[in-house]
Design a protein around this ligand. Structure first.
Ligand SMILES: [Zn+2]
Length: 233
């Protein structure tokens, strides 16, 4: 679909901060254009610390606040926390149902989610098993369960009617075919990343623009984010 046709976008991701790395420049650009952007944060982020004094409950609370602050910086209107346990996520039917409910609730035209495929050439960091599980559950929720009336009838009983997503923009695939120029929002992206103070170090100001430049340059953009686009008939 054309950029102007897009009204609502949902970004579905595993950990507080994932969306800032992968697509925050795009989210800020969408929000500035008056589109409704929703974040669906699947896990509680409660394992992202090596500090022996830190507790899971406290870390989850810190990361929730950081994520809300990042969303505010970007102009993301809704942040839904699904609160699955960090680090041990599986693409179960429970996860698919929770993602389906979020899709039916916010009715996005476009869903942004991580790839479900492990690409061995990309290194382990972007291939966290929680990311792959969210990718699988998100694609399975987009098609068919968000669309199909008969699947998860308990959602219908809650008033969550079927919804057809028009496109999925998949992050972390290594073979992007859809590039969004984020030159005007890269500063906002970096600011949003820095809101995740428990996770991000200040060198993000150096390597993040460099990465966005490398993605954009072959496509005539100063800074870009890349996605694998799936159009749904
Ligand atoms: Zn992550």
């Amino acid at each position: 679909m054309e950029w102007d046709e897009i009204q609502r976008v949902a970004v579905i991701f595993a950990h507080p901060d994932d969306a800032e790395y992968g697509s925050a420049g795009t989210s800020a650009k969408l929000a500035r254009a008056g589109k409704e952007v929703t974040y669906v944060v699947v896990t509680d982020g409660s394992k992202g610390s090596s500090d022996p004094e830190m507790t899971r409950a406290r870390l989850a609370e810190i990361r929730r606040e950081e994520q809300c602050r990042a969303a505010e910086i970007l102009g993301v209107q809704h942040v839904e926390f699904l609160n699955f346990e960090d680090g041990v996520l599986q693409p179960t039917l429970d996860l698919r149902k929770a993602v389906t409910a979020a899709i039916r609730r916010y009715k996005p035209d476009v869903v942004i989610c991580p790839t479900p495929d492990r690409n061995l050439s990309m290194g382990v960091f972007v291939q966290h098993p929680d990311h792959l599980a969210v990718g699988e559950a998100s694609l399975a929720a987009v098609y068919p369960s968000a669309r199909d009336r008969m699947t998860f009838p308990e959602l219908l009983a809650e008033g969550l009617e079927p919804h057809n997503v028009r496109e999925v923009w998949v992050t972390g695939t290594g073979d992007s075919d859809h590039f969004i120029d984020i030159t005007e929002t890269i500063d906002t992206k970096i600011k949003a990343l820095k809101a995740h103070a428990s996770q991000v170090t200040s060198d993000v100001e150096t390597w993040m623009p460099e990465r966005a430049r490398q993605i954009g340059e072959p496509h005539g953009m100063q800074y870009a984010e890349g996605f694998r686009r799936i159009e749904i008939g």
